[in-house]
Write a protein that binds this ligand. Structure first.
Ligand code: HMG
Ligand code: MG
Length: 299
């Protein structure tokens, strides 16, 4: 694995902030995103064009994307749940979007108010439209290793949804352990199954760290060839429709581990830690990254 570049997808401004109690101003969010860009993040999920009644934290999506600096070589992604979301995102120039399905029926109902089959029909239209508009498309699958309502999720359910999204035209598929219950061997086995039908370089892993398993799971998936990792600065967030789910694995933790393994991310850890501390101060919360806290305490 040495000398290989790992792609980090920073999801803090969306997956992180969507679940924080305080609703931040657009200006503070933009400051965070620009600090993340300055730290070297090349792929950042910046907001979601979902219903503001469902997720009020993301209600300023239009203003945010309009005011976002376009930086060469940096991809900014907007999450969209339907054609309305796609059309609103496209109107302000979003060139990369993400759709989000689930491997659990109950979670699909709670999160987007429809069944998995209905969501896949909807996303096929969204993806086809986005492809016509030459947008880059990420497809998420939630609850791949467990569901807050159903418990165990059979790997075949994940495979069905992943193949449907990939065959519909997604450029990248992110495999989400939304509630962070999975462990290393399960995660590895799921990636092994998935890579028999989807090229490994198109697969990303998205671990929430509720049970402290995220880094071990990432490492196990990297052994299967995974090179795209989702994470959230300072471990922000969770999921509003998955009670008890804590934040994504902290980007600082992932970068520290990867650099320690001699791998490259293009990220400056010190600047990343400053970006994380900036947002924790703005939210008036404790930094959840152990790496950030350890390095900040040395200063
Ligand atoms: P619905 O209520 O079934 O939709 O919501 P509807 O079509 O009946 O419309 C109801 C109202 O919403 C209408 O307005 C629509 O215009 C409006 P009204 O007439 O009542 O004034 N509406 C919208 N407004 C703005 N933007 C839109 C939009 N669509 C409809 N795009 C809907 C269905 C999908 C919209 C809703 O359920 C929703 O917004 N859900 C989003 C939930 C969400 O954001 N969850 C968190 C993200 S997923 C996640 O975090 C997991 C992930 O990180 C991976 C992992 O960890 O596993 C990705
Ligand atoms: Mg998530």
């Amino acid at each position: 694995m040495n000398n290989r570049m790992i792609k980090i997808v920073e999801v803090g401004p969306r997956d992180g902030l969507q679940n924080e109690k305080s609703i931040l101003s657009t200006e503070l969010k933009l400051n965070l995103i620009h600090k993340l860009m300055d730290a070297g993040l090349k792929t950042i999920e910046v907001t979601s064009f979902v219903s503001p009644k469902w997720v009020p934290q993301m209600a300023d999506h239009t203003e945010l994307v309009m005011q976002l600096s376009k930086v060469a070589g940096v991809r900014t992604i907007a999450l969209v749940p339907n054609e309305k979301g796609l059309s609103n995102a496209t109107a302000v120039g979003a060139d990369s979007i993400a759709v989000f399905a689930a491997a659990s029926e109950s979670f699909s109902q709670k999160n987007i108010n429809c069944s998995i089959a209905q969501s896949l029909d909807n996303f096929k239209q969204v993806i086809a439209q986005a492809k016509m508009q030459k947008q880059w498309i990420r497809g998420y699958i939630s609850c791949v290793l467990g569901c807050p309502y159903e418990g165990h999720i059979a790997p075949t359910q994940v495979l069905n949804v992943a193949n449907a999204l990939y065959n519909a035209g997604c450029d990248e598929i992110s495999i989400g352990d939304t509630i962070g219950v999975g462990t290393a061997k399960q995660a590895q086995s799921l990636i092994r199954d998935l890579k028999s039908s989807i090229p490994i370089e198109k697969l990303a892993v998205h671990f929430h760290d509720t049970y402290g398993q995220a880094l071990a799971n990432i490492y196990a998936c990297m052994e299967e060839g995974i090179r795209i990792i989702d994470s959230s600065v300072s471990g922000l967030g969770g999921c509003p429709y998955a009670k008890g789910a804590s934040g994504n694995v902290a980007t600082e933790e992932v970068v520290y581990m990867l650099h320690g393994m001699g791998l490259k991310t293009g990220i400056n850890l010190e600047k990343l830690i400053n970006a994380g501390q900036y947002i924790c101060d703005a939210l008036n919360i404790k930094n959840r990254s152990k790496v950030a806290n350890a390095l900040l305490s040395k200063k």
